[in-house]
Design a protein around this ligand. Structure first.
Ligand code: ADP
Length: 197
């Protein structure tokens, strides 16, 4: 299996690039943000609980998102690989993911981190908030809180994978197509390696 984590702060373009990457490589897209928004739209108990955290710019508790990922991995046990988007967001989630994958005799192949300046991120999120209907994108205070949470809780996930020599940084500013080419170039070798086996 080829398992990729697309990593980066809120607004770095993970969602946009994930859609293009999963269609190119045939991976299953696992976005915890999308899964949580679906739960909210369906008004499930999980969604109602998650909404309280999301609207404040806080993270949803680890056990909730880890449970969702476990269910998805189980549901797609025939997949040729996964693209994780917005997950893991804490070191505890990364450790849980490593365990869930190793139980399935697989592992993370690569973590691709999109680098974008904070000024550009705030601008993009406020723009997105005008049309996305996402309540967490309209309030600059909530956006700043999400960056703070990102720095404190999510950035250590990059170090976790850097230690395993799996982290690579990609410039996340420029055209969508150029960024897509850069990301694709890092993923393609994993598929070539498989063919040669
Ligand atoms: P962003 O565009 O900010 O990266 P997402 O769409 O990935 O946002 O997620 C929106 C919100 O959902 C986050 O701010 C957070 O509250 C919650 N969330 C998403 N994924 C996770 C996760 N892995 N762990 C905890 N909370 C999460």
């Amino acid at each position: 299996m080829v398992n990729i984590i697309l990593f980066g702060p809120p607004g770095s373009g993970k969602g946009t690039q994930s859609e293009k990457l999963v269609s190119k490589f045939g991976l299953v897209h696992l976005s915890t943000g999308n899964l949580l928004r679906q739960e909210i739209a369906d008004k499930t108990p999980l969604g109602l609980e998650a909404k309280n955290f999301i609207d404040k710019g806080q993270l949803v508790p680890d056990e909730v998102v880890i449970g969702m990922i476990d269910t998805c991995l189980e549901k797609h046990n025939e997949a040729k690989g996964f693209l994780f988007d917005g997950f893991p967001r804490t070191v505890a989630q990364a450790e849980a993911l490593d365990k869930l994958l190793s139980l399935r005799k697989t592992a993370i192949s690569k973590v691709l981190a999109l680098d974008v300046s904070e000024e550009e991120l705030v601008h993009r999120l406020l723009e997105r908030g005008k049309t996305s209907g996402r309540t967490d994108d309209t309030d600059e205070g909530v956006i700043r809180r999400r960056f703070q949470v990102y720095r404190n809780e999510t950035e250590p996930v990059a170090s976790h994978y850097a230690k395993a020599h799996k982290l690579e940084h990609i410039k996340g500013e420029g055209s969508v197509d150029d960024i897509f080419e850069a990301l694709s170039g890092r993923i393609t070798p994993f598929f070539l390696a498989k063919v040669e086996d």
